[in-house]
Design a binder for this molecule. Sequence first.
Ligand SMILES: [Fe+2]
Length: 258
Amino acid sequence: MKTPLPPHDHGNPLVTYFPFGPPIGYAELPKELVNDLNKGCDDITKDEELLKSEDFSHSLVGQVKQELKIPIDVINKWGKWFGTQVQRYVAGYYNELYIPEQNFMIIPKEQALQNINKLQVDVISAWYVQSFDGDYNPIHTHPDSELTCVGFLKVPDLSKERKKRHANLNCNHVATAGALEILSHGGVITPQLYTNDGIGFVPKVGNWYLFPANLRHTAYPFKGIGERRSFSMNLNTKMFFQDSPDVDHLPEERGLLR
Ligand SMILES: [Fe+2]
């Protein structure tokens, strides 16, 4: 005779979903892409004329030494790579919305994922941020685009400053020297349970983070010798706009709940 299953093995095992968002995408940049981006920046920095024509600082809020446009040939060479990452990001978000036995979305999941595979991704703007001792980027958003990103191309040795800060605070949660911090809308009432209102990302060459452009974010200053070099791009997919060809798979009323 078959032994009955213990009560904790009945039914389907629990799966956790994160339908509220906002998601943070992470990828490691290919080494060749890091090299191409760094070369593009170095070539502009060496040329007085290009330094003037490719200056992008008038459009940005950073209190940093230099902000330059990324050369178009680098964008063209790597456009497909970035487009694929954005499609994965959007698919990752949509996957969280299909909770079994519920019907938040108008079209089936398979159809939504097929549409995402064909999604066009447009680069709206792309620039480098070169910062040195004491530079910082105040809290800001990128209001004219859907998604933005930060990738690290050069990172100074921040270990001493980080150790000092840890010794003072005995805590690794807060953003430390030279860190990128992304802020959310949740968890501002303490204690924060199952939600976070700010997460610090320690810079490391090759790390790339993709997130909604309406999320507030900031870069903390650091002390010492060396350059912290990052790049950002503003990206649009038209995924959530009424003129999108994929409008039929929008969540109802642009919200998730019926
Ligand atoms: Fe930014």
